[in-house]
Write a protein that binds this ligand. Structure first.
Ligand code: CO
Length: 330
C-alpha cells in the first residue's frame, strides 16, 4: 500500500476553470515529464509515475504483485472551488477505477475527494463506494485546518458508514517557508505533519466517536511514535490544555489505527511493531518517489522479524485495513 500514480495526461484544469495553479504535465523528449504548478516547476517525474505496465515490471523485481495506488498529494487541490475540486477528483478517481478494472490482480485504488466541502466530498465518497474503491487518501491538514475541525466530521462519519478506509498523507507542510534548505519540509515537516494529524484525530475525539473508522497513517505515523511518551506526559500533566475534547489517554488508540512500515530502519520498525502489533503495520513503498522504500520491503526481509510478522506486514494488515479478500489476488 502507499504508492502514487497519475494519469499520463492531465487536462489543463486552469484553462477549464479559468483560475488557479492547478498541476499540469509537460512531457519531455527524454521520456520524463515536468509537473508544473501554474508556471512554476514543481518536480520531474519518470514514466513509472503513469505507465502501469512498467510499474508492474518494476514491482516484480521485488516479488511484489499488488500496488495500492493513490494520487500525488499536490493534486488534492483543496484550495480550489469545491465544485471544481470535485470535477478534478472525479477525473483522477475515474482513472484509478479504470486501472483496477483492467488489472484487478495488480492494482487497488484509493480515491481523492474535495475535503474543503463536506457535501461535495460525501457525494464523491458514495460514487467511489459504488465503483468498488475501498478507501481514500486525504492530506494531514486541509488548507491549514486540522482534521478534528467539526466541518470535516461528516466526511469521516460517511467513511465509517460506507466502510471506506482512509490513508492520511502529509502535505502542505508546516514551516515550509522558514525551512526551504536541505529538503527540510520533507525530512522534518512531513513527519511532524503526520503526528499533527494523528494527535488532532485523537485529542479531537474523532477516533473515539468513530470506533469503526479504519485510518492508516503514512510513514509509520511520522514523528508520532517517537514522541508518544511526551504526548502522553503532556496529556497527564496539562489535561487543561490537552484533554479538553477527549478525556481518554492517547495511548488507548495505539494499535486501533494502521500505519505503513516506511521507516528505512529495522530497529525503528521493531519499535513501531512493539506498539502497534504486526496486524496494524502495512507494507508501504511510497513508490516511485526517491524518499520511498524502493526495494519494497527488503530491509524487512533482511531484518530479524519472525515469519508471521513479515506475512502480516507484507499482506495481512493491508487486506484487513482495506477489507479485501486474499483470494482475489490468486
Ligand atoms: Co507518499
Amino acid at each position: 500500500m502507499h504508492s502514487h500514480i497519475l494519469p499520463k495526461n492531465l487536462p489543463r484544469f486552469a484553462d477549464k476553470f479559468g483560475y488557479g495553479d492547478f498541476i499540469h504535465l509537460q512531457h519531455r523528449e527524454d521520456g520524463a515529464a515536468d509537473m508544473m504548478k501554474g508556471d512554476t516547476f514543481f518536480r520531474t517525474i519518470q514514466p513509472n509515475c503513469w505507465d502501469e505496465d512498467l510499474r508492474i515490471e518494476e514491482y516484480k523485481q521485488f516479488d511484489t504483485q499488488v500496488q495500492v495506488v493513490c494520487t500525488i498529494p499536490v493534486m488534492f487541490s483543496y484550495w480550489a472551488k469545491p465544485q471544481d475540486c470535485l470535477d478534478l477528483s472525479m477525473f483522477l478517481n475515474d482513472h484509478l477505477a479504470q486501472l483496477v478494472e483492467e488489472k484487478p490482480k495488480e492494482y487497488v485504488a484509493l480515491g481523492t475527494v474535495p475535503m474543503q466541502d463536506a457535501d461535495c466530498a460525501i457525494k464523491e465518497l458514495q460514487r467511489l463506494k459504488a465503483m468498488g474503491v475501498p478507501g481514500i487518501q486525504i492530506g494531514s491538514n486541509i488548507n491549514d485546518l486540522n482534521l478534528d475541525e467539526e466541518r470535516f466530521f461528516p466526511i469521516f462519519k460517511a467513511c465509517e458508514e460506507l466502510d471506506l478506509a482512509i490513508m492520511i498523507h502529509p502535505w502542505n507542510m508546516m514551516g515550509m517557508e522558514s525551512m526551504r534548505k536541505y529538503w527540510l519540509p520533507w525530512l522534518v515537516g512531513m513527519p511532524a505533519e503526520t503526528s499533527r494529524a494523528a494527535c488532532s484525530l485523537i485529542f479531537g475525539g474523532v477516533l473515539e466517536r468513530l470506533p469503526n473508522l479504519r485510518v492508516c497513517f503514512s510513514h509509520a505515523g511520522g514523528s508520532f511514535f517517537g514522541t508518544l511518551g511526551r504526548i502522553e506526559h503532556g496529556f497527564n500533566c496539562r489535561p487543561d490544555l490537552v484533554a479538553i475534547d477527549n478525556p481518554h489517554n492517547p495511548r488507548n488508540y495505539v494499535g486501533k489505527f494502521w500505519v505503513d512500515c516506511i521507516t528505512h530502519d529495522a530497529k525503528a520498525l521493531q519499535y513501531i511493531l512493539d506498539h502497534q502489533g504486526s496486524k496494524r503495520v502495512c507494507l508501504g513503498s511510497d513508490y516511485p518517489f526517491p524518499l520511498g522504500d524502493l526495494e519494497i520491503g527488503k530491509f524487512i526481509e533482511d531484518g530479524d522479524f519472525d515469519a508471521q510478522t513479515v506475512e502480516d506486514i507484507f499482506c495481512n494488515s493491508t487486506l484487513e485495513w482495506l477489507q479485501l479478500d486474499k483470494e482475489r489476488y490468486f
